[in-house]
Design a protein around this ligand. Structure first.
Ligand SMILES: *Cc1c(COP(=O)(O)O)cnc(C)c1O
Length: 227
């Protein structure tokens, strides 16, 4: 077995363990393998181990990998900062864009999504801890953006994504994630049919799953430290 295969099994087992501890069904948590800076061969190894969802942060880096792995049945998630002059290629080559942080970007993705493809899956990125240097919508503004984006025909608004303030403290990690979940639940109550809470990375998986994550984005624990 390759290291990547072993790491994926370890991460899947960890997700299942945290889910059961939290009284949740492990099948309700999707693993996105974050392959930024990794070559296409590493992604192919992970794909051979049954991994289907991959996350990329940089469009120029991702495009050749997507081309090289065409036909392998991979779902590609864009999880980097969206520049408005790059939306056309995102709309053409990705299945999910998890980092939409303004309505204008969503409008462009909607207009540019090719008609022969299914609607593009969208998460709104929320700046859940209101960090000045971080991307994402202010929690107070999420409902307005969500209502606008949910009305766009070529997009399917799936949920919310966040990268909380860095801390190793479990209680503080969990507190941030619970606030994202509360926002998600309020939107669902208001009639927007969301099904995705994209939260949790290598360092805060347990807190995220505890707080209700349905999608974790894991890089280091699968592919090793980035150089
Ligand atoms: C890099 C990255 C991850 C993965 O982080 P790890 O700590 O390597 O698991 C997850 N989400 C986003 C948005 C990232 O940029």
């Amino acid at each position: 077995m390759t290291t990547i295969t072993q790491n994926i099994e370890t991460v899947r087992a960890e997700i299942a363990r945290h889910a059961r501890t939290a009284g949740r069904d492990p099948a309700a948590i999707r693993l996105v393998a974050v392959s930024k800076t990794r070559p296409a061969e590493d992604i192919a190894s992970a794909r051979d181990a049954g991994q289907s969802d991959f996350g990329e942060n940089y469009l120029q880096e991702a495009l050749p990998k997507i081309a090289a792995l065409d036909g392998r049945g991979i779902r590609w998630h864009f999880i980097g900062r969206v520049q408005s002059n790059k939306t056309r290629e995102l709309a053409m080559h990705f299945d999910w864009v998890q980092t939409v942080d303004r309505e204008r970007i969503a409008l462009r993705l909607c207009e540019q999504r090719p008609p022969d493809l299914p609607p593009l899956n969208i998460c709104l990125q929320v700046n859940i801890d209101r960090e000045p240097q971080k991307a994402g919508i202010d929690p107070d503004d999420v409902a307005g953006v969500a209502h606008a984006v949910s009305a766009l025909p070529r997009l399917r608004l799936r949920g919310l994504m966040a990268i909380p303030a860095a801390t190793e403290d479990h209680a503080r990690q969990r507190d941030s994630f619970l606030r994202l979940r509360a926002l998600h639940d309020r939107l669902v109550d208001s009639g927007i049919p969301l099904d995705t809470l994209s939260m949790g990375m290598s360092g805060d998986l347990r807190a995220a799953i505890d707080a209700g994550s349905t999608m974790v984005r894991v890089g280091t624990a699968i592919f090793g430290q980035r150089g």
